[in-house]
Design a protein around this ligand. Structure first.
Ligand SMILES: C[S@@+](CC[C@H](N)C(=O)[O-])C[C@H]1O[C@@H](n2cnc3c(N)ncnc32)[C@H](O)[C@@H]1O
Length: 295
């Protein structure tokens, strides 16, 4: 299924490749002795995709090659953010939520690797080729979802709420939403429409976890980061939008949601992980926002 109105990508091109880079980061963290997460499928995605520029999936001793070293450092952030959002979902289901939506799910395997209470519906929304690749690898790995997983092949610039409803999503049921690694890849007007849609589709008591890394676009002007991105085959300057956009947390508060902001470098510290200075500069000031819609 392709939609000729929008540019399509696969797991080794355009913004699709960023999902593979993140999976590689999760694989590195999974294999770190001090790892914060366990993603048993992350490495299989990278192997199956076989990208033109090889991506490290295991920790390596820092050596002279500063790009490798930089990549290892950046993966420290991926472990931190993944762990944070794993815990967010554990909290949300603990508070009784049984409907989950991950927008731009990429190679996220939470449906398969986390425990979900009986009766949990788990929706993943991403472009068709991304979901088809992921499902093929998960099948090859013999992975089984631990919840009622439903995939929604849609573009977030399009009428994805209609596709989500068609897949069975119930707007009257409180939902735990996640947008991780997404917002700056969307133009400002798409982000605003997405905030409106999530608010509209959220019953009272719904929650939303947001990775806010809007400030990252300008970091790729720095040659150190530009070089490592190029080495991964990703043109971050071209993929990230830096157009002005309303702060989603402020918009949500103005609509009766409560929000909490957790700065990444502090979250890492709370897990006993110190982000190295370069990673602090690139991702450390990103934040993880958790929001709850009033009951
Ligand atoms: C950095 S990856 C993050 C993937 C996943 N959330 C994670 O953290 O592992 C960005 C994802 O956004 C998806 N994406 C970006 N723009 C999109 C759009 N307009 N419609 C659907 N998916 C989109 C890409 O396909 C990709 O899977």
């Amino acid at each position: 299924m392709t939609d000729s109105r929008f540019e399509q990508w696969d797991v080794v091109s355009s913004v699709g490749l960023t999902a593979l880079v993140v999976a590689a980061g999760r694989s590195v963290d999974t294999h770190r002795p001090d790892g914060l997460i366990s993603d048993p499928y992350a490495e299989a995605f990278v192997q199956a995709a076989n990208p033109a520029q090889p991506l490290a999936t295991r920790p390596v001793e820092p050596k002279d090659d500063s790009d490798d070293e930089l990549w290892q450092m950046m993966s420290g952030y991926m472990g931190t953010r993944t762990r944070f959002f794993d815990e967010y979902f554990a909290g949300a289901t603990g508070r009784g939520l049984r409907q989950v939506v991950v927008l731009a799910s990429g190679l996220d395997t939470r449906a398969h690797r986390l425990d979900w209470p009986a009766g949990t519906s788990f929706y993943e929304v991403d472009q068709a080729k991304m979901i088809e690749f992921k499902d093929a690898v998960l099948e090859q790995e013999g992975a089984t979802a631990r919840c009622d997983r439903r995939t929604v092949l849609a573009d977030l610039r399009d009428d994805w709420p209609a596709a989500l409803r068609a897949a069975g999503f119930d707007p009257a049921t409180p939902t735990a939403w996640l947008t991780e690694g997404l917002l700056p890849y969307l133009p400002a007007e798409t982000q605003s429409a997405l905030v409106d849609a999530i608010d509209d589709l959220s019953a009272p008591g719904s929650e939303w976890a947001i990775e806010d890394f809007t400030n990252i676009a300008q970091q790729f002007d720095d040659p150190a980061f530009g070089r490592v991105a190029a080495k991964m085959g990703v043109d971050m300057q071209q993929l990230l939008y830096s157009d002005e956009r309303p702060d989603p947390a402020a918009t949500l508060r103005s609509r009766g949601w409560t929000t909490d902001t957790h700065v990444a470098v502090e979250v890492a510290k709370s897990y006993g992980r110190t982000l190295d200075p370069l990673t602090q500069r690139l991702n450390g000031q990103s934040s993880f926002v958790t929001a709850t819609k009033a009951r």
